[in-house]
Design a protein around this ligand. Sequence first.
Ligand SMILES: [Zn+2]
Length: 346
Amino acid sequence: MNTSTTAPATPDQTHPVEVAPGIFRITVPVPFRSLRAVNLWLLEDGDGFTMIDCGFSDDPTKLRLERAWSEVLGGKPVTRLIVTHFHPDHVGNCHFICNRWGLRPHMTQLEWMAANVALKSLYSDDYELRAEFWTRNGASPQLIDLYRSETVLYDSGVELTDDFQRINSGETITIGGRDWLITTGQGHSPDLATLYNARDDILIAGDQILPKITTNVSVWPWEPLADPLREFIESLDRLDAIVTEQTFVLPSHREPFHNAKARIAELKHHHEERLEEVIALLEGHEARTAGDLLEPLFKRELDGHQVNFAMGEALAHLNRLVFEGTVLRHEDDSGLIRFSLASTKH
Ligand SMILES: [Zn+2]
């Protein structure tokens, strides 16, 4: 088979790889610079295969999927599609895959609804609403220009089906003789599904637990007083209660790894350090915007798409501290939102 591809080169595999008995990893590129690629999974499932996640919807990715299917399926069909969450690199080719194999995607209800809202550019993904919200949180005009010129719009990489089949946290799905417990997580997306098989100690983690990089946890314009970091940490705690030191984690980005518990502990520690950093950055200032904190917090040049994540993440940590009582949030008459340490306020 011709393995040269029109897709941009990634450091990841061109061919599917069997990472555990009957579980194949497909890696396809994504147009987000920091992520580079997303992992999709094909699981042997009796007379067919269950596929998990879809990849960003564009022609090179569809070609990569066709090639992966021809290499893995051995003439069997894909008989089920499970989508972990609504982000474009996960749900993008939903329509393509379902149309190709005659399927209805299995998703949690909130992820299905979030995908629909984002696809129609309603509240959750309105381009101008974001620009306005980042501006009110102190993003510089240059940053907003960057955001406008480089942000990847949701509908550029997502095609949905007309309907879906609901999965719920706490349910068990049997795939090829393995029972997978569905646990959902919040903070990164509304109700992200992870799948855990206790017998073989394997976790299909979506974006909930990633190696090397940290999952984006953001405050978005449509819920300015959200506390997604609390939700994210609570979700990690729920996973921590079911995984082990040996758990083989299949993450959506980067390489599979062992020991889910150690990574969960690292991630929790990372966010605790970030909260302390934010407090230190507020010290000695009357009040600062989230935008004021970007340079010291991220220490690298952001691309336009990352502006969203950096602003959202700075706000997630600021809001957490507001809910803790350490920080006060001020909104002035012009709508500008600033934060100060509670202890410096008299
Ligand atoms: Zn995601």
